[in-house]
Design a protein around this ligand. Structure first.
Ligand SMILES: [Zn+2]
Length: 237
């Protein structure tokens, strides 16, 4: 890949994402094999925070190294497969692991920001805390291109945002962009932490009555239902 090859960075709203956690929970954990990363937040910025979690008993960090980071980025559809393959092939030993270290540091910094502000509207005053994210964003090498969009009713031209993937550090750029979208576009008042016991997952509540309580029914919702059922039985005797 040369610097003129790139991937599309638009159209990354992730409503169409399917989580195969149901399957994982049915089959049980596979030893030595990480389960698929969790995408339940209804916002990619928060799912980045959810890339470390304790879905069953043991904590899993999907960004625990260079390979993990690449897999998560592919699952999140943030980096095109061709760019991932090329960066992997060109990387020096340990280079991608170092980027994963940076990604984890970014994640924990952003977790502090979200936890501080979640549950109420974010005010412009928060800008002074966002320096680290703006520093990442200013390194971006995004550009636009006119491309042909294939469509059933007839092709048309479309202006698309693209990005050069020059070095392993560029892998952090689409993450930074999704965090920035989250900060500027989401309602912080609707950001909630799952009520599940010892669950650390965070999500945006988009239900009409703002009644969402769980990361997912498959993980914490069912556990809570079962616990409530056990309590009811106990109280009957
Ligand atoms: Zn949960």
């Amino acid at each position: 890949m040369n610097i003129y090859e790139y991937g599309c960075i638009t159209c990354q709203r992730l409503y169409d994402r399917l989580c195969d956690w149901n399957l994982y929970l049915l089959r049980g954990p596979i030893v030595q094999h990480k389960p698929p990363a969790i995408f339940i937040a209804d916002s990619l910025g928060l799912d980045f925070l959810n890339s470390i979690a304790t879905p069953v008993d043991t904590p899993v960090d999907w960004l625990d190294g260079g390979d993990g980071l690449l897999k998560w980025l592919a699952q999140a559809k943030l980096v095109p497969a061709a760019a991932i393959g090329e960066l992997k092939a060109r990387a020096m030993p340990g280079e991608l692991d170092k980027v994963a270290d940076q990604a984890r540091a970014l994640r924990e910094w952003f977790r502090g920001f979200v936890r501080k502000h979640m549950g109420r509207p974010l005010t412009p005053k928060a800008l002074r805390e966002l320096g680290p994210l703006n520093r990442l964003l200013e390194r971006d090498e995004a550009f636009s291109q006119i491309t042909r969009l294939r469509h059933g009713t007839g092709d048309r031209l479309e202006l698309r945002m693209m990005r050069r993937w020059r070095s392993p550090e560029t892998l952090l750029l689409p993450i930074g962009e999704s965090l920035a979208h989250f900060v500027c576009e989401e309602q912080f008042a609707d950001v909630k932490a799952c009520e599940g016991h010892s669950c650390t997952l965070i999500f945006v509540d988009r239900t009409r009555r703002r009644a969402r309580r769980w990361c997912s029914m498959a993980i914490c919702g069912n556990r809570a239902k079962q616990a409530a059922h056990r309590n009811r039985l106990k109280n009957r005797h």
